[in-house]
Design a protein around this ligand. Structure first.
Ligand code: BMA
Length: 331
């Protein structure tokens, strides 16, 4: 089984106690390259709650083009809830560059509450865009026509057959939709394209990880899979005490046909990263590795990910070696 290699000095970002907005959790990072710098946009939670939910905002850390040397970490969040559909948080960012703009897809969470007029639809994918990761334009809910909670929205970095393409997740599967425009998107053709697999590490549910990356073999698509097999209730020691927890989040990989986002060419049987280190097994939510962004620098794939919903970490591999390994693992 092919596994990513962890960066030896992980984690690369940890919560900062003195910053109320990111004092408890920094996790699930997106990544984008701008002016030869690696911009890591991460989800953060601190001290404040909305109806019992820790509010999520997005922070920005800028790294040199080696992917690991931190140049600047912004003291304040760069993106925060302002709209009616997201008072409980802007979660799990994914960034795609398109027409010279950086588009952000994120999970807009309206929270749960007796008086919530959105009782049924508390989780939606929303979109925003920026040129510099500091000033943003919010475009609203991306898929208002989807009447079930949807998450894990990713945009392909170019049009395919004249359409922008988006993957999103309605539990437990991944769906695709197409739009001619991003300025005034109308998403059509909603269709299930990838399923969870019984008796596997991705048996309970799956969801997009990083936005797809173009390679000579097709689109490289890193996704997360959730496993609920094994003992029904496991007791795990965390900093906050002993908790019952039974899910494990791992990362897997697929290759998608370059002209057809509905055609899976290869799908790894195994995972490419699973929680092993203490910063992945212990934290606010134990046993989680969860990525929202990856980038190829020279011939190395850099996968930025959240460990145990508490820290940001990095794992890498040589892209040609990963592609070779996936081909051997054909579904
Ligand atoms: C998912 C998302 C992720 C999180 C994961 C594990 O449902 O909310 O943001 O990392 O659960 O808690």
């Amino acid at each position: 089984m092919f596994e990513l290699k962890r960066y030896l000095k992980n984690p690369i970002l940890e919560p900062i106690k003195e910053h109320v907005w990111e004092s408890k959790m920094v996790f699930n990072p997106a990544v984008a390259v701008k002016d030869d710098k690696i911009h890591v946009i991460y989800r953060a939670r601190g001290d404040d709650e909305f109806k019992g939910v820790l509010v999520s905002r997005l922070g920005l850390a800028v790294f040199k083009n080696d992917g690991v040397t931190l140049e600047k970490r912004h003291e304040k969040p760069v993106f925060a809830p302002t709209e009616w559909y997201e008072p409980a948080g802007c979660e799990d960012p994914r960034i795609t560059k398109e027409n010279g703009l950086y588009y952000l897809l994120y999970t807009a969470y309206s929270g749960i509450g007796e008086d919530s007029f959105l009782k049924k639809e508390v989780v939606n994918v929303a979109m925003a865009s920026t040129k510099d990761f500091l000033k943003w334009e919010k475009h609203g809910l991306l898929l208002p026509e989807v009447d079930k909670p949807e998450k894990n929205g990713v945009l392909f970095p170019e049009k395919i057959q004249g359409n922008y393409v988006c993957y999103y997740r309605i539990e437990p599967h991944i769906y695709v939709a197409y739009s001619k425009s991003l300025d005034h998107p109308v998403w059509r053709g909603h269709k299930k394209v990838m399923s969870s697999r019984p008796d596997s590490w991705d048996s309970e549910k799956i969801g997009a990880g990083a936005p797809p990356i173009k390679t000579e073999l097709g689109w490289l698509f890193i996704y997360h899979g959730v496993d609920r097999r094994g003992p029904l209730r496991r007791q795990i020691k965390t900093k906050a005490g002993t908790v019952d927890y039974e899910r494990t989040y791992r990362l897997g990989v697929m290759l998608i046909d370059k002209d057809d986002p509905e055609k899976i060419l290869y799908r790894s049987k195994g995972w490419i990263l699973e929680p092993k280190e203490s910063y992945e097994k212990e934290g606010m939510v134990p046993n989680v590795v969860f990525t929202c962004g990856a980038v190829v620098l020279k011939d190395t794939l850099f996968v930025y990910y959240g460990g145990a919903d508490t820290v940001v970490a990095l794992a890498t591999c040589k892209l040609p070696e990963l592609l070779e390994a996936i081909k051997k693992d054909k579904i």
